[in-house]
Design a protein around this ligand. Structure first.
Ligand SMILES: O=C(O)CCC(=O)C(=O)O
Ligand SMILES: [Fe+2]
Length: 208
């Protein structure tokens, strides 16, 4: 009951998960990859940002880089299948995404990876989410951004120019089709003063 009470209070914060429906616009990329955008998907996102920043068990990760171990330049937290998400609004987001993409995706979004970019020096390098089935199958990765606006860049793996997709406060970006196999994405560092940004990535089972 305590958990339910908590979630009801959270919903009273003024956070609003708006419908997707006709508000989503798709950009077709090459090789059957695409990106959907729904700016302003979540209203009252200040409160969501504040709650996530405060309540998520953020941790740093270290990674082997050639012959040294370096800090990953962002903080992380991962919610696996069946684990309650850290905010009721995120459960709603996952539900709305699941309903909107049910036919095209054929399975629900189940996991949520959260990243906290503390400032413009935090980033994620070029990569595809290719751990698991996404290595050879089409899938979707749906990203909600809250906090400072940053850009998500995509570029074809076979070479070519990168495309810039703004990821603003409350915005939804969905990478779909062959995107994880045939394109890479990154969030570059920025020299412009940038406040903190939280990214929530919803994925299907067995994709990271
Ligand atoms: O910050 C983002 O929106 C992208 C994060 C990302 O690509 C990842 O964690 O795989
Ligand atoms: Fe990624």
């Amino acid at each position: 009951m305590a958990a339910l009470q908590g979630s009801l209070l959270d919903l009273a914060d003024g956070i609003e998960v708006r419908p997707l429906g006709g508000a989503v616009s798709r950009t077709e990329l090459t090789r059957g990859a695409w990106v959907d955008q729904r700016p302003g998907w979540v209203g009252g996102a200040d409160d969501l940002f504040a709650a996530l920043r405060r309540e998520v068990p953020w941790h740093a990760e270290r990674r082997q880089m050639y012959d040294s171990v370096v800090d990953v330049p962002r903080l992380l937290s991962f919610y696996g299948e069946g684990e309650p998400l850290p905010h009721e609004a995120l459960e709603q987001c996952r539900q709305v995404l699941g309903d909107h993409y049910a036919v095209e995706l054929g399975e629900p979004f189940v996991t949520a990876g959260l990243c906290l970019y503390r400032d413009g020096a935090d980033s994620v390098a070029w990569h595809g989410d290719r751990i698991g089935r996404s290595r050879d199958q089409d899938t979707m990765v749906a990203i909600l951004s809250v906090g400072a606006p940053r850009d998500l860049l995509l570029r074809p793996r076979e070479g070519g120019r990168s495309l810039r997709f703004p990821a603003g406060h409350g915005d939804l970006l969905v990478m779909g089709g062959s995107c994880q196999r045939t394109w890479d994405h990154c969030v570059p560092k920025t020299a412009r003063p940038a406040g903190p940004r939280i990214s929530i990535q919803f994925r299907v089972r067995g994709v990271r």
